[in-house]
Design a protein around this ligand. Structure first.
Ligand SMILES: C=C(C[SeH])C(=O)N1CCC[C@H]1C(=O)O
Ligand SMILES: [Zn+2]
Length: 596
C-alpha cells in the first residue's frame, strides 16, 4: 500500500544518497587528478572511473522507478526521487558515453595546452593563455599586437575544436533524448525549474539594454579618440580593443576611458604588487572576509589540497574552479593566480563556491548544489561587490583615496559597469548560440557566422579580421570547449545585485533615499546580521525551488534587473547626458565589412 512504499521509499532513497555521495567523491578525485596533471593516463583513468560509476547509476536508476514517488506525501522525499530519476549522460551506452567524454576532454585539454607565438619575438612560441596571453592582452594598447594575440588564440583554441564540438553536440543531444528532453537546450534550462526561462532571459536583457547601449556608445567614442578610424563612430566595436580576449569584461581599458581622468584612480593591482601580495595572502584575505560575516572558515584540507599557483612541471587546466569532494571536509580551489585586480575578484568568486559547499554540507548529497546554477556563481561575486567598494579598499589598505565626491563616484560606478554591465550581452550570446546549436536551428555549416551575428547584434562587437567557417571562434572560450553551461553567469550578474542590496540593508549599510547610506558605498564587512541572512539562504542548497531560497534573503521570488539598475542609476544618468553632449550615436549599425 501507499504508506509502506513511502516508508520503504524513504529508507531506499537515503541509502541510495549515501552510495551516490561516495561515488561523487571517487569521481571528483579522478577528475581532479586529470585536470591537475593532464596526461593520457590520467584522462583514461578519469574516463574509466566515470564508466564504472555509470553502471551503478543505471542500476540505481532502474530501482528508483519501482517507487510511486510522485504520490508520496513528503515534499523532500518527492524532490529527492525526482532528482534521482534524471540519469543524465550515463543513459548512453558505455561506448557512446566514453566517446562523449573523449570529445569533451579532447576540447578541454586542447584549450588548456594551446601555445602561441609572441608578437614581439616570433621565435618564442610557448605562450599559454594563462598567464602569458592574458597578461599581454590586458597591458597592450597596440592594435596590431592585440590583433595578433586575438587571431592566434582563436586559431589554436577555437578552430581546432570544431570537429570534436560537432560530434559532442550529436551525442549530447542523444543523451538528452534518453532523459526525455527534446535536446540539450531544454535539459540545461530544466535546471532553473521555471517554464519560461528563455523569455525571462530576454526580458532581463530588454531591461538592461538601454544602459548597456549608453555605456557602449561612450566607450566606442573613447576608443575612437585613442585608436582613430579603426573604431567606427556608429558601428560595432572591434572586439580585440576591449582589454579581454572575449570582450566579456572591459576593466583593462579603464585607465584611458574613465569619465574623470584627473581624479585619483584606485589601482589595486599596483597596490598589491607594492605590498608584496602573494596568492596565499589573497586567499587569506578572502577567508577573513567570510569569517568576519560569521560564516565558516576554510577547513584545514582546503589549505593543504588546493592548487593556487600554476605548477611549472606539468600541464593543468588553469581555468579557475572550486571543488566539493562530498565528504564534508575536502574542498579545493584550482587556479593559476597572478597578482592583479582580476584574480583578486576571481579568488572571491571561487571562495564563494567553497562557502556555499560548507553551508550546505549537512544536506543529503543530492541537495548539495546551488538553488539554481546562477546562485552558485553569485555568492562570491556578491561578496566582491563589497570588497571592491572604495570604503573597503581603504579599510584593508589597498587604497589611500579620500572620501567620495560626485566625480569619484561616477568613476567608481564606471569601473564596476565595465565589468558587470558589459558582461551581460556576452553571457547571453554564449548560450543563445548553444541553444540554437542543440536545437539544430544553427547547423554546423553556419556555426561561426551565426555566432558572430549574435555577438554583433547583442554585444555590438565585431572580429578584428574576417572570419570563415574554417574558424570556430566560440570554442576559444573555456566554457564552450569544456561543456560548461553559461546562462548561470548571466543569471548571477543579475541576482548578485538583488543579493547585495538585501545584504547591505541587513548590514545597515544601505538605506533607500539616505545619501549617507548609498548602495555604491556599501561594504558588509564584519556584519554578522548580513552573514546570518546569507547563511540562511546558502544552507538550503537545492532542497527547495530557488524562489524560496531567494525569498529568504531578498524577499523577492523572481530574478529582476531592479537591483542592478538601482545600483547603476547615477552612471546611467551621467552616460546619457555625456553622450548627448558629445552627440554620440546610441547603439550600432551593422558592420562596415561583411566579415563572415
Ligand atoms: C571564475 C570562473 C569559474 Se566558475 C568563471 O568561469 N567565470 C566567472 C565570471 C564569468 C566566468 C568566466 O570566466 O567566463
Ligand atoms: Zn564560478
Amino acid at each position: 500500500d501507499l504508506e509502506a512504499s513511502e516508508h520503504e521509499g524513504r529508507d531506499y532513497i537515503f541509502q541510495l544518497d549515501r552510495v551516490m555521495g561516495a561515488m561523487k567523491n571517487r569521481a571528483g578525485i579522478a577528475e581532479w587528478a586529470y585536470t591537475s596533471n593532464i596526461t593520457k593516463e590520467n584522462e583514461d583513468n578519469w574516463i574509466q572511473v566515470r564508466l564504472d560509476l555509470s553502471k551503478q547509476e543505471k542500476q540505481s536508476w532502474e530501482e528508483t522507478k519501482m517507487y510511486k514517488w510522485q504520490d508520496f506525501q513528503d515534499f523532500t522525499l518527492r524532490r529527492m526521487f525526482k532528482k534521482y530519476s534524471l540519469l543524465g549522460a550515463s543513459a548512453l551506452s558505455d561506448e557512446k558515453y566514453g566517446k562523449l567524454m573523449r570529445y569533451v576532454s579532447g576540447m578541454e585539454s586542447n584549450y588548456a595546452t594551446s601555445k602561441i607565438c609572441s608578437y614581439k619575438d616570433q621565435s618564442k612560441c610557448d605562450l599559454a593563455l594563462e598567464p602569458d596571453i592574458t597578461q599581454e592582452f590586458s597591458m597592450s594598447q597596440d592594435p596590431e599586437e592585440l590583433k595578433h594575440y586575438w587571431v592566434e588564440w582563436h586559431k589554436a583554441a577555437g578552430a581546432k575544436a570544431r570537429h570534436n564540438f560537432t560530434e559532442y553536440v550529436n551525442l549530447y543531444n542523444e543523451a538528452a533524448k534518453l532523459n526525455d528532453f527534446q535536446n540539450v537546450a531544454d535539459w540545461w534550462q530544466s535546471e532553473y525549474e521555471v517554464s519560461d526561462f528563455e523569455q525571462q532571459l530576454a526580458k532581463l536583457w530588454e531591461d538592461v539594454k538601454p544602459l548597456y547601449q549608453q555605456l557602449h556608445a561612450y566607450v566606442r567614442k573613447k576608443l575612437r579618440d585613442k585608436y582613430g578610424d579603426v573604431v567606427s563612430a556608429r558601428g560595432p566595436i572591434p572586439a580585440h580593443l576591449l582589454g579581454n580576449m572575449w570582450a566579456q569584461s572591459w576593466s583593462n581599458i579603464e585607465s584611458f576611458t574613465r569619465p574623470y581622468p584627473d581624479k585619483k584612480e584606485i589601482d589595486i593591482t599596483q597596490a598589491m604588487r607594492d605590498q608584496n601580495y602573494t596568492a596565499l595572502k589573497m586567499f587569506q584575505m578572502s577567508d577573513e572576509f567570510f569569517r568576519s560575516l560569521n560564516l565558516t572558515a576554510m577547513p584545514e584540507k582546503f589549505w593543504q589540497n588546493s592548487i593556487i599557483e600554476k605548477p611549472t612541471d606539468r600541464d593543468i587546466v588553469c581555468h579557475a574552479s572550486a571543488w566539493d569532494f562530498f565528504d564534508g571536509e575536502d574542498f579545493r580551489i584550482k587556479q593559476c593566480t597572478t597578482i592583479d585586480k582580476e584574480f583578486f575578484e576571481t579568488t572571491h568568486h571561487e571562495m564563494g563556491h567553497i562557502q556555499y559547499f560548507l553551508q550546505y554540507k549537512h544536506q543529503p548529497f543530492i541537495f548539495r548544489d546551488g538553488a539554481n546554477p546562477g546562485f552558485h556563481e553569485a555568492v562570491g561575486d556578491t561578496i566582491a561587490l563589497s570588497v571592491s567598494s572604495p570604503k573597503h579598499l581603504r579599510r584593508v589598505g589597498l587604497s589611500t583615496g579620500n572620501a567620495e565626491d560626485e566625480q569619484t563616484e561616477i568613476n567608481q560606478l564606471y569601473k564596476m559597469g565595465i565589468d558587470k554591465i558589459v558582461f551581460l550581452p556576452f553571457a547571453y550570446t554564449l548560450d543563445l548560440f548553444r541553444y540554437g546549436v542543440f536545437r539544430g536551428t544553427t547547423p554546423p555549416e553556419d556555426y561561426n557566422c551565426h555566432y558572430w551575428r549574435l555577438r554583433e547584434m547583442l554585444q555590438g562587437v565585431e572580429p578584428p579580421v574576417n572570419r570563415t567557417e574554417d574558424d570556430f571562434d566560440a570554442a576559444a572560450k573555456y566554457h564552450i570547449a569544456a561543456n560548461v553551461e553559461y546562462a548561470r553567469y548571466y543569471v548571477s550578474f543579475i541576482i548578485q545585485f538583488q543579493f547585495h542590496r538585501a545584504l547591505c540593508q541587513f548590514a545597515g549599510e544601505y538605506i533607500p533615499e539616505d545619501l549617507n547610506k548609498k548602495l555604491v558605498d556599501c561594504d558588509i564587512y564584519q556584519s554578522v546580521a548580513a552573514g546570518n541572512a546569507l547563511a540562511n539562504m546558502l544552507k538550503m542548497g537545492s532542497s527547495k525551488p530557488w524562489p524560496d531560497a531567494m525569498e529568504v534573503l531578498t524577499g523577492q521570488r523572481a530574478m529582476k534587473a531592479d537591483g542592478l539598475l538601482e545600483y547603476f542609476r547615477p552612471l546611467h544618468e551621467w552616460l546619457t547626458a555625456e553622450n548627448q553632449r558629445t552627440g554620440e550615436f546610441i547603439g550600432w549599425e551593422s558592420s562596415r565589412t561583411q566579415y563572415c
